[in-house]
Design a protein around this ligand. Structure first.
Ligand code: PLP
Length: 458
């Protein structure tokens, strides 16, 4: 059609009212939550961009599929539909359902990783990092240098630095590298995609050193769309063909179906090696459930089986990726800095560039996230030194390489006017950025501290 506007490729079928807390209520809520947006009640938030994980709207086909859920403990029909759907997209022989992505990570790393090992990745997401570290191993991030420069434009900023991967393997020794991971798209690095060329190069290095290669595949469909748009030779391939080609390069994957599974809960571990799969299933039974449900209801398996296919529809992916790009363009025009180019599932505000007067030790991105909430009830999440800073024995901290606020867009949930409103709030906060002050962390947990840490304003 000769029109430029990309419309939402769905009609709204059920509506959920939004609450509108007053400014006074927002101030009180933030104080009560210790300046940590994870501590807010959802009805204290106007537009919730905390995460795109499990927050999407399901389709009529998914809801209809849920009515067909087979709740048999063992051998449920829904499991086989789920397994066939996962196998048709990944090409992998062994499909193990889990209640979400981190359960797949924990099981895989318990089986494959031991103390003293090193697990390289482009960038580990916080749960993969924590699960690697929980095995007393090191999670090492080896993203290309371009991926660490928020303002630089590059088509595949999620790519692995292949030279750094090789030198890490030589330095550590292949026997201490139980697997290499690649996060597609690279969530902690700005939702940036990874090219097939780079995945092939990682595979080649892994083959040479006989190291297994796994994908953290949460946003495999969005990554496929970026490859179609940006990688020469792929413009005429379908997202499904591209996804198959990506998965064919890996020995296995962990997946949170709360992202490109288009479901509210669920995940899986898929792999080719039957022996490792058996060990994983043994652990699955211990904590998740029988291998044909893995902690999920039969109806969840149905929702995922359908959702994985919907995530690969071209009309959906075009609208999806355009929504984040549209928000980034709007705020960039007003001078608000974001990671360039826009990520697939989120816009990442560059707090280091916007708030140069707040040092990393005072958590500039956390301060910015709080300001967006106070201004317009918009909830994002800090991806900076609160999430990835490394506390030292002397009480100091090694800061994270970037100080970002991620505004993640739930799938098929908000309309263009919601996104326009968020843009206005971001621009208003940007205009008074010089007034913002940092925070002091007053409480923290030993693992994944960003979920529960408490702060005081300085
Ligand atoms: C890249 C990546 N890996 C792993 C996970 C963990 O998945 P889950 O939240 O389902 O445990 C997430 C969730 O946000 C993610 O974005």
């Amino acid at each position: 059609m000769p029109y430029r506007t990309i419309i939402e490729p769905f009609r709204i079928h059920t509506v959920e009212p939004i609450d509108f807390p007053t400014e006074e209520q927002r101030i009180q809520a933030l104080e009560r939550a210790g300046y940590n947006l994870f501590g807010l009640h959802a009805d204290e938030v106007i537009i919730d961009l905390l995460t795109d994980s499990g927050t999407g709207a399901m389709s009529t086909r998914q809801w209809a599929g849920m009515m067909m859920g087979d709740e048999s403990y063992a051998g449920s029909r829904s499991y086989y539909r789920f397994r066939d759907s996962v196998a048709s997209i990944t090409g992998m022989a062994e499909v193990i359902p889990t209640h979400q992505g981190r359960a797949a990570e924990r099981i895989l790393f318990t089986v494959m990783v031991k103390a003293g090992d090193v697990v390289p990745s482009n960038t580990h997401f916080d749960t993969t990092r924590a699960n690697v570290e929980y095995q007393q191993a090191e999670a090492r991030d080896l993203v290309i240098a371009e991926g660490r420069d928020p303002s630089l434009i590059h088509p595949f900023k999620g790519n692995m630095d292949i030279d750094a991967l090789e030198s890490t393997i030589r330095e550590v020794g292949p026997e201490r590298i139980p697997l290499v991971m690649m996060t597609v798209t690279n969530n902690s690095g700005g939702g940036q995609p990874v090219s097939l060329e780079n995945l092939r190069a990682v595979r080649e290095v892994c083959d040479r050193f006989e190291i297994p290669f796994f994908l953290d595949a949460c946003r495999f469909a969005e990554n496929s769309w970026f490859i179609k748009q940006r990688e020469p030779g792929y413009e005429h391939k379908t997202p499904r063909e591209i996804a198959l080609e990506m998965f064919a390069l890996a020995d296995g994957c962990t997946m949170s179906a709360k992202k490109d599974g288009m479901a509210n809960i669920g995940g899986f571990l898929a792999l080719n090696d039957p022996d490792i799969a058996q060990e994983c299933r043994n652990l699955l039974i211990l904590t998740e459930g029988f291998p044909t449900y893995g902690g999920l209801a039969g109806y969840d398996l149905e929702a995922i089986a359908t959702g994985l296919n919907e995530a690969l529809e071209e009309g959906y992916l075009q609208y999806r990726i355009r929504s984040t790009e549209y928000l980034a363009e709007k705020v960039n025009r007003a001078g608000v800095p974001t990671v360039q180019p826009a990520g697939g599932h989120a816009v990442y505000l560059d707090a280091k560039a916007l708030l140069p007067h707040i040092p990393p030790s005072q958590y500039p991105a956390q301060a910015l996230a709080c300001a967006l909430y106070l201004e317009g009830g918009v909830r994002g999440v800090e991806i900076g030194s609160v999430m990835f800073g490394k506390p030292q024995p002397d009480g100091s901290e090694i800061p994270a390489p970037m100080e970002l606020v991620r505004l993640a867009v739930p799938r098929r949930t908000y309309t263009q006017s919601h996104i326009d409103f968020v843009g206005e709030v971001m621009i208003a906060v940007g205009a008074r950025s010089a007034e913002l002050r940092g925070l002091r962390m007053v409480e923290q947990a030993p693992w994944l501290r960003h979920f529960t840490a408490r702060f005081e304003p300085l």
